[in-house]
Design a protein around this ligand. Structure first.
Ligand code: GLC
Ligand code: CA
Length: 561
């Protein structure tokens, strides 16, 4: 594969509502991001992905857009964004925005016109409308955020379609006028000088046009819509066209949120003429639950399984293209809380082991805000304390499926998207230095223990080790462009791999357990590139990895670039 500029990037994901509040109204904003560019630069970040900042009633915190060309006033105005893009550029940081084009908000003027003139609106064909069947919705499909995908369109016997929330009606991609409007949106923002887009829920744009019922898979009598709405045959036509009319005209990066694509189709998505530069693979992020929309069906996973999934993903992607690697995002719980099962083991070593393991995989690494200081899940005592629409829906569905209220709350505490959306911890002051006003979402109470200021002053902090991991990746080309090859495949607690580029080799070992692990390595043949046990001696004989140790070794005598 030819080298591409975006393979070198280290991307930081910002959830703007919760990052930094510059005007102290309790809500993070664009100016707040600009103020923290130096923090990101010092961390080693080269590109920032900002979750949606467009005009929105915020039912899904910006993933419900009511005007594609305006910013939400609480985040700032166009001048603020231009300033951010410019200042970031001066510091060598690129900006990527979030492109949400599967649906709009129900408050978008197109949909508003439809509500006002349900029978004659010229936007009728912009959305998906269908007649009900004998007083029932057209199909029994369940939306991702719960309940039917169909909502009655008042004044008619029709229903409108929403894959996600009722306030997020899906656009009708079968209509070429809709597609044209959307391409204009994409090109408008790319002209503005952003580096590219993270493309939201893009595998949902094609629906099975037969609109037939599914076998029920829950006591609500509904079936998960994704079987008929995700990566459906015919989507290739839309994605080719999207790419041709927009992305391909720019030297931009595109990161597809593309759940539901089987590995044998990855080539279409990320191959040489693929639709996107890279996509996220969610398979291992969801290893603790049945699916992203059923957190109440827990699985009992182990390290061996995680390891198998990571390598499967890496090797499948390596065959055809390039991947986007992440431990956390705004839809996930915190990685320390998820991957390190016992609370006692969530510490510097396990946090840095996870970081080094993921950042050195083949692909572009993504770091989600707060991950770099080891932020954790935050337990809430009642469902009223949640903001995330998905958690509220899943709480009630869990009970409908027979779990007690207590169990349902427990599942939400483990998996809620609010876990990663609590305001960022800058220091030990009130509200963690995020804002002088009470934040829009309750702080995680451990902010006095886990925060940036504390860690900046501690040479042995998670934050400072992240800087080191990033520096090591960026200064060793095999860790960026090299092939990946699994090592120690039968070891059930150590995850290990080799990165190889034109004869240069770096071996990476991660002890995913709280006990010493014996591994057969002859250290005399290697130089140590990275080690999260700084002071501890590395025994030459009878070599063992310490609990949650991460060790990167380069073969001696090789000239590393
Ligand atoms: C994506 C986003 C998620 C959002 C959903 C609907 O999965 O990451 O936050 O709720 O799409 O837009
Ligand atoms: Ca603000």
């Amino acid at each position: 594969m030819l080298k591409k500029w975006w393979q070198r990037e280290v991307i930081y994901q910002i959830y703007p509502k919760s990052f930094n509040d510059s005007n102290h109204d309790g809500i993070g904003d664009i100016k707040g991001i600009t103020q923290k560019l130096d923090y990101l630069k010092t961390l080693g970040i080269t590109m920032v992905w900002i979750c949606p900042v467009f005009k929105s009633p915020m039912a899904d915190n910006g993933y419900d857009i009511s005007d594609f060309y305006q910013l939400n006033p609480e985040f700032g105005d166009m001048e603020d964004l231009d300033e951010l893009i410019l200042e970031a550029k001066e510091k060598g940081i690129k900006i990527v925005l979030d492109l949400v084009i599967n649906h709009t908000s129900d408050e978008h003027p197109w949909f508003q016109d439809l509500l006002e003139n349900p029978k004659s609106s010229k936007y009728r064909d912009y959305y998906i409308l269908k007649q009900g069947k004998e007083g029932q919705p057209p199909t029994n499909w369940r939306s991702v955020f719960g309940g039917s995908v169909w909502e009655p369109l008042e004044g008619t016997d029709e229903y409108y379609f929403h894959s996600f929330h009722v306030k997020q009606p899906d656009l009708n991609w079968e209509n070429e006028h809709v597609r044209k409007e959307l391409y204009e949106v994409v090109n408008y923002w790319l002209e503005k000088g952003i580096a590219g887009f993270r493309v939201d829920a893009i595998t949902f744009i094609k629906k099975d046009q037969r609109f037939e019922n599914l076998p029920a898979d829950g006591v609500d009598g509904l079936g998960k819509c994704t079987k008929k709405t995700r990566n459906q045959p015919g989507i290739e036509k839309f994605l080719h066209e999207l790419n041709r009319e927009t992305f391909s005209k720019y030297n931009c990066v595109t990161i597809g949120e593309a759940p539901g694509v089987p590995y044998d189709q990855y080539g279409d998505y990320i191959g040489e003429d693929g639709y996107f530069s890279m996509i996220f693979d969610f398979k291992y992020a969801d290893l603790d639950v049945a699916s992203g929309s059923e957190w109440f069906r827990r699985t009992d996973w182990n390290v061996q399984e995680l390891k198998r999934m990571i390598f499967k993903s890496q090797l499948e992607i390596q065959k055809v293209g390039w991947g986007a690697n992440f431990l956390e995002n705004h839809d996930q719980n915190r990685s320390l809380s998820k991957y390190i099962k016992e609370a006692d083991n969530r510490n510097f070593y396990s946090a840095t082991m996870l970081a080094a393991l993921f950042i050195n995989l083949r692909g572009t690494p993504f770091i989600y805000q707060g991950q770099e200081i080891g932020m954790t899940n935050f337990e809430r005592e009642s469902i009223e304390e949640f903001d995330d629409i998905s958690s509220i829906d899943q709480y009630y569905r869990a009970m409908e499926e027979g779990f007690s209220a207590e169990e349902a709350l427990h599942f939400m505490n483990l998996r809620s998207r609010d876990n990663s959306r609590t305001p960022f911890h800058w220091n030990s002051e009130e509200n963690g230095g995020f804002s002088k006003k009470r934040p829009w979402l309750g702080m995680n109470e451990n902010y006095t223990l886990i925060n940036v200021e504390k860690q900046e002053n501690d040479p042995n902090s998670i934050l400072n080790f992240y800087k080191e991991i990033i520096k090591v990746r960026q200064s060793n080309e095999p860790l960026i462009y090299g092939e990946i090859e699994p090592l120690l495949e039968n070891n059930s607690t150590v995850i290990a791999y080799k990165r190889r580029l034109q004869g240069e080799e770096i071996d990476c070992y991660f002890n995913f357990s709280s006990e010493n692990q014996k591994v057969d390595i002859d250290l005399s043949c290697y130089d140590v590139l990275l080690n999260n046990y700084k002071g501890a001696a590395i025994p030459a004989q009878d070599f063992k990895l310490y609990p949650y140790q991460s060790l990167l070794l380069s073969k001696k005598g090789m000239v590393l670039s």
